[in-house]
Design a protein around this ligand. Structure first.
Ligand SMILES: Cc1ncc(COP(=O)(O)O)c(C=O)c1O
Length: 317
């Protein structure tokens, strides 16, 4: 793990700073439980992965949404982030590459967030489960910046980068003084992470590089295909994803809510997409479309979607 992190992130991590878990989700749940108290404020991306807000609220802390805007390529706006910080802010959650928008934070974005975290003495939770799936730029971890290791929990997993979702294998990188109690929480909730899964994970880390590259090449082909097909649909506006495997098209011109349109597509065409609102209130007006499927099936889905949306007749760029 430490060798892999040096190769992929250029960071020096020691075994005492790594906690292995059954998938990524236990890291979100248990590290929030460890580090947050009732009344703390946590700034999280909206739209964003729903577990962040849900667990912050479960703990009795205050979840403060940071809107990711289409006009900013769904990246974090640093001034907007600054404006949300109060004396109660304890943690900022970031997720790059991002689910559901496919946005990727640049080195400059990361540097600015790191500076702010140091100045305001904040913790950072960085969800990097899509770190291997980037298209036009390198993945940058906030852990690469000075003074960040001691205030950051990094989450990564094998689910996306190595297509091992069902294997349930994830890990946290965090300061040793937090790694010890996090290990106790893991042991007392999940016991251990299945050993044969871990052996497969070691193989993925040591010898998976070529397979990961081939997978990302395939995702890139699908991304190009989906971009072309979506551009042909009247009424849809897209921002090209820079990472992960999702499009997050703007569908506001159809005059239906995200949920209504997602239900309509499922019922009329059998195509399953998620409403943007499954990822927070600021997801209204968008759909999340996954391209983690074969080109053949994506083509079928896009044919059906195009036909169904044209029947709706509300489009109009
Ligand atoms: C951003 C993000 N974090 C965490 C997870 C959870 O991953 P896992 O299946 O390894 O628990 C997901 C899964 O969709 C995700 O998109």
């Amino acid at each position: 793990m430490c060798v892999y992190l040096r190769r992929t992130r250029g960071i020096e991590v020691f075994p005492e700073e790594v906690v292995i878990t059954p998938g990524a989700k236990p890291v979100i749940f248990l590290s929030f439980l460890l580090l947050l108290e009732e009344g703390d404020e946590v700034i999280y991306p909206d739209p964003g992965f729903p577990a962040y807000r849900s667990i912050v609220e479960f703990i009795g802390a205050q979840a403060v949404p940071l809107r990711l805007r289409e006009e900013n390529d769904f990246r974090i706006d640093i001034d907007e982030l600054k404006s949300l910080i109060t004396s109660k802010t304890k943690m900022i959650v970031i997720n790059s590459p991002h689910n559901p928008t496919g946005s990727v934070l640049t080195k400059e974005d990361m540097e600015a967030i790191a500076r702010l975290a140091r100045e305001e003495d904040l913790l950072v939770f960085t969800d990097e489960v899509y770190s291997e799936i980037v298209y036009d730029q390198e993945h940058v971890s906030i852990l690469q910046f000075p003074g960040m290791k001691e205030r950051t929990v990094m989450l990564d997993a094998f689910s996306k980068s190595f297509a091992m979702t069902g294997w349930r294998l994830g890990y946290a990188v965090l300061p040793e003084e937090w790694a010890k109690p996090l290990s106790l929480l893991v042991t007392n909730s999940n016991s251990c992470t299945c050993t044969f899964t871990q052996i497969a994970g070691v193989e993925a880390l040591l010898n998976g590089e070529e397979s990961v590259r081939a997978m990302v090449r395939e995702f890139r082909r699908r991304r190009e295909f989906m971009e072309k097909r979506m551009a042909q649909i009247e009424g849809i506006k897209i921002a090209k994803p820079q990472g992960a495997f999702y499009f997050f098209p703007n569908i506001a011109s159809f005059g239906l809510s995200s949920k209504e349109l997602a239900d309509y597509l499922l019922e009329e065409s059998g195509v399953a997409v998620l409403p943007g609102t499954a990822f927070g209130g600021y997801g209204e007006g968008y759909l999340r479309i996954s391209f983690a499927n074969s080109l053949e099936k994506l083509a079928r889905a896009m044919d059906k979607m195009e036909e169904t949306l044209s029947k709706l007749g509300r489009g109009g760029k």
